[in-house]
Design a protein. Structure first.
Length: 232
């Protein structure tokens, strides 16, 4: 049976960091709606400029578009083992649509939603210090997670780095405000169903990972087998 879980948290809480690790460990596909939208912008999709303008202001893209995007994505072959929703749902209509999608799909088990809790002043620091390799996308932070050799990507050796256009202080403040107004009210939807698990996101990345695994009972999911090189 396929597994599904949600990672909630304000901008910069660590959803992307943890979803990527969960995918590597358990083989559940990371579905980052932010990454999907950025890919649309990069691919010169006709809607690209409209999406960029919305995201650069820290506002939300329409529910209709997001619901369609996720509905199409979870039907794809690479989600058959399961998927981690990183950035969806963000509004009540999105949560309701997801519930309908999951109940229509008989072979998906919902493991629950983990909320990564982080103090607001830390969020701004995490986001404004974040950058990534322009070649392979590996993520770094200028204080918390620097490349081992300054200016060289640990993963691919690339020397070009980029920052997201919505990672400036002004847009971050609006993203946090929009989260409080539109996404925080979604939490009771899951809490009332007994499916919401709070995790202290102020802890280190490894501890937060362990806490999520425990909260969502991912210990019951078969781990991805790693080859000798990867096990190092
Ligand atoms: P999206 O890309 O999802 O942005 P976000 O929700 O604002 O979240 P971030 O990606 O900024 O942060 P994160 O929680 O993933 O943190 P990360 O792991 O990178 O969405 C962008 C936009 O797309 C939205 O604003 C909206 O416009 C649109 N959109 C997307 N989905 C939508 C939807 N469903 N509906 C409508 N619109 C939608 O970590 C941040 C930094 O902190 C990193 O540098 C990391 O290394 C560091 N870090 C992580 N964990 C720790 C830790 N425990 N300790 C120390 N440092 C840590």
């Amino acid at each position: 049976m396929s597994k599904c879980c949600i990672l909630f948290g304000p901008p910069g809480a660590g959803k992307g960091t943890q979803a990527a690790r969960l995918e590597a460990e358990f083989g559940l596909k990371q579905l980052s709606t932010g990454d999907m939208l950025r890919a649309k912008i990069q691919s010169e999709d006709p809607l690209g400029q409209e999406l960029k303008a919305i995201m650069d202001q820290g506002k939300y893209v329409s529910d209709d578009m997001m619901i369609r995007l996720i509905q199409e994505r979870i039907a794809q072959q690479d989600c058959k083992e399961g998927f981690i929703l990183d950035g969806f749902p963000r509004t009540l209509p999105q949560a309701e649509a997801l519930e309908t999608m999951l109940s229509a799909a008989e072979d998906v088990e919902f493991l629950g939603a983990a909320l990564i809790d982080v103090d607001t002043n830390i969020l701004v620091k995490r986001i404004t210090g974040r950058f990534s390799c322009a070649n392979c996308g590996a993520g770094y932070h200028e204080s918390f997670n620097k490349p081992k050799v300054a200016g060289v990507c640990d993963r691919c050796g690339g020397t070009q780095f980029s920052r997201r256009s919505d990672d400036n202080a002004e847009t971050v403040a609006n993203r946090i405000k929009v989260y409080e107004e539109s996404t925080a009210p979604v939490l009771p939807f899951y809490e009332s169903r007994g499916n919401l698990y709070r995790v202290d996101g102020m802890k280190g990345v490894n501890q937060v990972f362990d806490d999520i695994v425990l909260a969502l009972n991912l210990t019951s999911v078969k781990k991805v087998e790693k080859n000798d090189t990867e096990q190092g």
